[in-house]
Structure formats: C-alpha cells, structure tokens
Design a protein around this ligand. Structure first.
Ligand code: HEC
Ligand code: HEC
Length: 126
C-alpha cells in the first residue's frame, strides 16, 4: 500500500510543481502570488491578505487608503511607502522583545485611526 501511495505521489510531482489546477478542483481563479514585496517576509497571496486585514483593522481604513484601485502591486499611492516604513519599524520593535512574539502591531499605536494619539482625550469636567 505504502508503495502505491509513494508511486502516485511521484507521478503527481512534476504536475504539482507547475500548476495544480488540473489535478484538484479550483474554487476560484487562482490568485497570483505577490510580485512587489519589499518588507513583508511572506510569499503567498493568502498570507499577504491576512496581514492586510490587520492593517485595515489597525488603522480603520479600506484597502484603497494605501493602494491604487485595482493594482495592489503598484507603489503609486504614497501611503503604501509610509506603511512600508511602519512595517519595518514594527519588525524592529518586536525584534527587541526576547520571546520572538508579535507583541506590537499596527493596532497597538493606531487603535483604529490613521493618526495615533499622543495623549489621552481630555477628561470631561467633573
Ligand atoms: C496601511 C496601508 C495598507 C492597507 C490599508 C492595505 N495594504 Fe496591501 N500592502 C501595503 C504595503 C505596504 C504592501 C507592500 C508590502 C511590502 O513591500 O512588503 C502591500 C501589499 C499588498 C499586496 C501584494 C501586492 C504585490 O503583488 O506585491 C496585496 C495583494 C495587497 N497589499 C492587498 C491588500 C488588500 C486586499 C487590502 C485590504 C484588505 C490591503 N492590501 C490594505 C499596505 C496596505
Ligand atoms: C509605535 C507606534 C506605531 C506603530 C506600531 C505603527 N504606527 Fe503607523 N504611525 C504612527 C504615528 C505616530 C504616525 C503619524 C506620523 C506622522 O504624522 O508623521 C503613523 C502614521 C502612519 C501612516 C500615515 C497616516 C497618515 O495620516 O498619513 C500609515 C499609513 C501608517 N502609520 C501605517 C502603519 C501600519 C501599516 C502599521 C503596522 C505595520 C503601523 N502604522 C504601526 C505610529 C505607529
């Protein structure tokens, strides 16, 4: 039995390296992997999208706050470059903690706003 499985895997290998669309049902059009990542240390589109949702939640924005409509790889929107500097900063901050966890995120400072507060809201008069 083990032999047959191994054999089947070997047969599939040359195919799966290229494109597995033919061997598995494809739920949707296959999404292309990112082509213009400079600071994020992931490779696949689903990984990138997961991170992007932490950005929209962290800053309380939509995707097009940083991206030109319809072209995520484009660097035309200057907010995207600002965000790259922020990602780099957050990577540095987390690197200073000894346990290797993501303790500081966009939300830590931004709290759902594009401009983080530097002081608490004034208290209403008592
Ligand atoms: C706060 C700014 C910001 C927001 C909001 C944001 N993105 Fe991004 N996005 C970036 C940055 C910066 C990169 C590039 C990261 C890098 O260089 O490593 C990127 C890269 C991407 C890429 C990879 C493009 C490529 O081919 O290289 C995709 C896809 C993407 N974003 C989709 C989204 C989607 C979908 C949303 C909304 C859910 C979103 N982004 C919201 C900043 C943002
Ligand atoms: C240590 C606190 C801190 C963290 C963490 C942080 N930011 Fe920021 N961010 C700031 C501050 C402060 C500003 C305002 C800077 C200014 O006005 O010049 C800012 C501004 C921005 C802006 C520009 C907003 C504008 O109004 O133009 C973007 C985009 C942004 N941050 C994205 C991110 C993303 C994405 C993350 C997570 C990867 C992140 N930030 C994490 C502090 C932080």
């Amino acid at each position: 039995m083990r032999c047959i499985v191994t054999f089947a895997l070997l047969l599939l290998l040359p195919l799966s390296g290229q494109d597995k669309a033919g061997t598995e049902k494809t739920p949707d059009k296959p999404q292309p992997n990112p082509t213009n990542l400079k600071v994020l240390k992931v490779t696949t589109r689903p990984e990138v999208i997961q991170i992007m949702h932490t950005f929209t939640a962290g800053l309380g924005t939509q995707c097009n706050y940083c991206h030109v409509q319809g072209n995520y790889a484009s660097d035309e929107n200057p907010k995207k470059e600002t965000a790259r500097r922020m990602i780099h900063m957050v990577q540095e901050i987390n690197g200073k903690f000894p346990d290797g966890k993501m303790l500081v995120t966009c939300y830590t400072c931004h709290r759902g706003e594009t401009q983080p507060k530097t002081a608490p809201e004034p208290k209403p008069p008592a």
